[in-house]
Ligand binder design. Structure first.
Ligand code: HAM
Length: 433
């Protein structure tokens, strides 16, 4: 095999598309219910946007995982490693703070991270990303979280719950970070290399250590909730109250800090069972201060990113069924050169009338009808010398074996009413696991 897809990337083959389409449709439906408008931003941006916006201390993302390059004009560019920084850049660039707040935006598209590939972790993944800008009220945090919840619910996920935490704010968090530094510094020599770097650069990330030796140390480490200021405490209490009110299941994880530096107050994740170690299907939180850092006004924000590949992995693991993509309603079949010409003319006429139609590329009628079956067409429209002479067409219902003769001038109307009366097999729900 001369070429294969690059490490950590994958093709999305036609058989995967019913899942993607089902997700896209639910995303469009649910974001519309919540009043979120679509936005898209460039796939690459200035590297500086991410080194500033995502945070120099962000766990590995900025240091190692970005696909950065210099273009032929000498510009330093980076394939987007997340949506948030680009959307904030667009918000500032287009003066969107003058629009009524909260501004509700969502985006769907590819994200690039040079990670170590494994099941559920890719170098190109796709995110459904949601941002609400200009509101501090924790009720909007819950609205944002509810979008993810409603999506997973509509897709038929079972047994999901939010993991939530407050990571404090610029006022109270430094005290907590100092407490962590004071606690871990005397044991610095015992820490693994990654954790030693974290201690030096961003002690908060120690809470996310994967080193099994850290378990005991972390169990005795200072806890963020003892350091929250009154404003962060109240915000977190109200968040929980609203989640309780809506009956959204959640657990509080005081060690949940997330990998990006910009979060303050609310952070949350949703984990799915049965898809291996990379089980976070959604992660997000509040990032008041980020827009200011990018040179914009002091506008608060909250949002999340949800990995589409991981959602699909979880759907498959849970045996969720999705509707198949609609198949063309008819396949034309013909015998002889004159009938082929008429079939080609008819093919265009049907498509122009909004009726899905296929032309078989086989000579024998038998092989053509086999193709019609494979294509899951509902009807075969058969043209031979007799039909040509009579101005008719033979319609065979491929779900049974009935055949009728219909005047060719009436075929569009006939197919419209027949198609409405009974959907093609491919339009019904297919159990795909
Ligand atoms: P994140 O946690 O880095 O957050 O990514 C969000 C989600 O994207 C993860 O929960 C996971 O489902 C998916 N994901 C991340 N990396 C990969 C990967 N390598 N392969 C497959 N899926 C992956 C952010 O990106 C933030 N910008 C989210 C946000 C928006 N926060 C506020 N607004």
């Amino acid at each position: 095999m001369p070429y294969t897809a690059p490490t950590g990337t994958k093709d999305i083959l036609p058989e995967e598309w019913p899942f993607w389409r089902c997700l896209e449709q639910n995303i469009q439906r649910i974001t519309a219910l919540y009043g979120f408008a679509p936005i898209d931003v460039p796939i690459f941006e200035s590297t500086a946007l991410f080194t500033r916006g995502v945070g120099e201390g962000s766990d590995l993302l900025v240091q190692k995982e970005m696909y950065s390059f210099q273009d032929k004009g000498g510009e330093e560019l980076t394939l987007r490693p997340e949506f948030t920084a680009g959307i904030m850049r667009a918000y500032v660039e287009h003066g969107m703070h003058t629009q009524p707040a909260p501004l509700r935006l969502y985006a769907v598209g590819p994200i690039f991270r040079q990670e170590k590939p494994q099941a559920g972790r890719y170098r190109i993944h796709h995110q459904f990303n949601v941002e609400a800008l200009g509101e501090e009220d924790p009720a909007i945090d819950v609205e944002v979280m509810s979008i993810a919840w409603d999506l997973y619910d509509a897709l038929g996920f079972q047994g999901l719950s939010f993991m939530i935490n407050s990571t404090g704010c610029r006022i109270c968090r430094p005290n907590f970070v100092q407490a962590l530094r004071d606690y871990f510094t005397p044991m610095a020599a015992e820490l693994g290399e990654t954790d030693r770097i974290r201690l030096a650069r961003n002690p908060l990330r120690l809470l996310d250590s994967k080193d099994p030796d850290m378990e005991l140390r972390l169990a005795r480490a200072p806890v963020i909730h003892d350091y929250l200021c009154a404003s962060c405490r109240d915000h977190f209490a109200a968040l929980r109250q609203y989640l309780d009110l809506l009956g959204r299941p959640y657990s509080i994880n005081p060690r949940l800090v997330r990998g990006l530096d910009y979060y303050v107050k609310t952070v949350f994740e949703v984990w799915a069972q049965g898809i291996g170690a990379q089980a976070a299907v959604c992660g997000g939180g509040r990032y008041d201060g980020l827009i200011e850092e990018l040179g914009g006004p002091a506008v608060p924000g909250v949002g999340f990113g949800s990995g589409i590949e991981r959602i699909i992995l979880a759907m498959k693991a849970q045996g969720v069924s999705v509707p198949a993509l609609p198949a063309p309603l008819v396949m034309l079949a013909y015998r002889g050169a004159a009938a082929k010409l008429e079939a080609i003319r008819l093919l265009q006429m049907l498509r122009q009338a909004g009726i899905g139609a296929l032309l078989p590329y086989r000579d024998s009628l038998k092989a053509q009808l086999k193709q019609a079956d494979r294509a899951q067409a509902r009807f075969a429209l058969i043209l031979g010398d007799d039909e040509l002479a009579a101005g008719s067409i033979t319609v065979r219902d491929l779900t049974g074996s009935q055949q009728v003769s219909v005047p060719r001038s009436e075929i569009i109307g006939w197919l419209r009413s027949a198609g409405e009366a009974a959907p093609t097999p491919a339009q019904s729900v297919a159990a795909v696991s």
